[in-house]
Design a protein around this ligand. Structure first.
Ligand code: GLY
Ligand code: MN
Length: 466
């Protein structure tokens, strides 16, 4: 937790940005049962609640009144029956005090406060809940049906929260550097363990163990696979085999829930084949090109530059043809990289995605306000500013099903040499990912003082010596 003043300032800043005439309701998360009620998933607080109220406890609701200076925290004190199992717990009043909230009351009072605001014709601003428990809670708090939240959530709140969360403060950047150190330990652990005959599962387990030793677990399910062409491959059943590439995309969270997200791809044998090296260096060039040019401005410019670098390399290899700029404009490079260059980073590994893009059923409302929504919740309009943190994660993948589909549809035949591609059907995929902080004039790579080996030479040297 940061100092109490940080949370007071954030709530005041939100109040300053939001229109008058309402309240903001920010529920924290509850425990989510795994296979029976008392056996829950590892608790993860809601990131926006954490950002404004800083508390890691379950079953709390924060309310910010936009028309006076009052903030509220609602929750029920634990009883002795709970304390027998959980140990001594602070009261809700004590929790409130620790983050500068004077007004605290029992959980049900949240519903009464919201009901009163609605009765008085005040706007109740809330974000679209993303968990079943959150959907039910929001319906209980507001009286709005569970299938109606997309028609009632607040775009004003989504935009303002995303804008605030996106601009990282110095103390948040320190947290992201700490998250990087967890990522460094994870990735070097994996690189050290990767050898012929080692199960992917053993590597994934060791890496995830590191996140629990150094922080609050993984920031997303680890991808540890020799089938790197499957973008989010969570299967760890493979056995490391010489000649194959292992793609490891993984990150950890600090105890304050700031995330890292890095990808490295390396040969099981410790030595890249000439072909692996050639394709790896195209991806690395694309990754480095983004680092070379990233500065305040439009995200789409970086996205296109990364695709152009890939196109140039693939044209050089004879897998693509024509002019690189035209290939990018035609969307041809997406055959080899069917994902975006990057995403926001922070307390969510895809920062603020809970309140936008794919999470947003009523996308039209967002599009109508597109010029205002230039945060990472709408990547097509994303404007990078000093303090933005983003991932830089180009890749080249050979996905037989996608290639066959494009070929049968005659897609982008001016740019793709389909005849060359079947020989790559067993190649797999390569992705390289680091996290960048946008600064006034350029960017800084998070963790640049102690980088995870990334060049062919660094990786081969590390694997030979460890
Ligand atoms: N590293 C996983 C992702 O970016 O989706
Ligand atoms: Mn990522």
């Amino acid at each position: 937790m940061f100092a109490k003043q940080t949370y007071i300032q954030r709530r005041n800043e939100l109040r300053r940005r939001m229109p008058k005439g309402g309240i903001v309701v920010l529920p924290g998360n509850s425990e989510a049962p795994r296979n029976y009620f008392d056996n829950a998933y590892s608790f993860r607080q809601d990131s926006t609640f954490l950002y404004f109220f800083g508390l890691q406890n379950a079953n709390l609701v924060g309310v910010i009144d936009l028309d006076d200076e009052k903030d509220y925290l609602f929750g029920d004190d634990y009883t002795v029956d709970d304390i027998i199992w959980m140990g001594p717990q602070p009261s809700v009043a004590e929790l409130g005090q620790s983050v500068g909230v004077e007004h605290t009351a029992h959980f049900d009072a949240a519903r009464q406060t919201i009901k009163k605001a609605l009765r008085e014709g005040r706007k109740v601003h809330y974000l679209v809940p993303y968990r079943a428990e959150g959907v039910l809670l929001m319906s209980r708090l507001t009286g709005i049906r569970t299938d109606e939240h997309y028609n009632h959530y607040s775009t004003d709140l989504a935009i303002n929260v995303a804008a605030m969360r996106e601009e990282k403060s110095a103390e948040e950047i320190e947290e992201l550097e700490r998250a990087y150190q967890i990522g460094y330990a994870m990735h070097t652990t994996a690189m050290r363990m990767t050898k012929e005959g080692v199960p992917e599962r053993v590597i994934a387990g060791a890496m995830e163990g590191v996140t629990h030793q150094l922080g609050d677990g993984v920031s997303f399910h680890s991808i540890v696979s020799q089938h790197g062409e499957t973008l989010h491959n969570h299967n760890h059943d493979g056995i490391c085999t010489n000649g194959r590439l292992l793609l490891v995309d993984a990150g950890g969270e600090t105890v304050n829930n700031y995330c890292s997200d890095h990808t490295r791809t390396y040969p099981v044998s410790g030595k890249f084949s000439p072909l692996q090296r050639e394709i790896y260096n195209i991806v690395l060039h694309s990754h480095d090109e983004v680092i070379r040019i990233a500065k305040p401005g439009q995200y789409t410019d970086l996205h296109k530059a990364s695709f152009k670098a890939l196109a140039e390399g693939l044209i050089g290899m004879g897998l693509m043809k024509g002019n690189a700029d035209d290939a990018v404009e035609a969307g041809a490079v997406q055959l080899f990289m069917p994902h975006g260059l990057g995403h926001g980073m922070g307390m969510d590994v895809h920062d603020c995605e809970a309140m936008g893009e794919r999470g947003m059923a009523d996308y039209r409302a967002m599009v109508a306000r597109a010029d205002e929504i230039d945060t990472c919740i709408m990547r097509s309009r994303w404007r990078l500013r000093p303090g933005t943190v983003m991932s830089d994660e180009p890749g080249i993948y050979f996905i037989p099903a996608l290639i066959e589909q494009w070929k049968s549809e005659g897609k982008c035949t001016d740019f793709i040499n389909y005849d060359r591609l079947p020989e790559f059907y067993t190649f797999g995929g390569i992705r390289i990912e680091d996290d960048l902080l946008i600064t006034e004039n350029g960017n800084t790579v998070i963790g640049k003082e102690n980088p995870i080996p990334v060049t062919v030479e660094e990786i081969e040297a590390f694997m030979a010596n460890n």
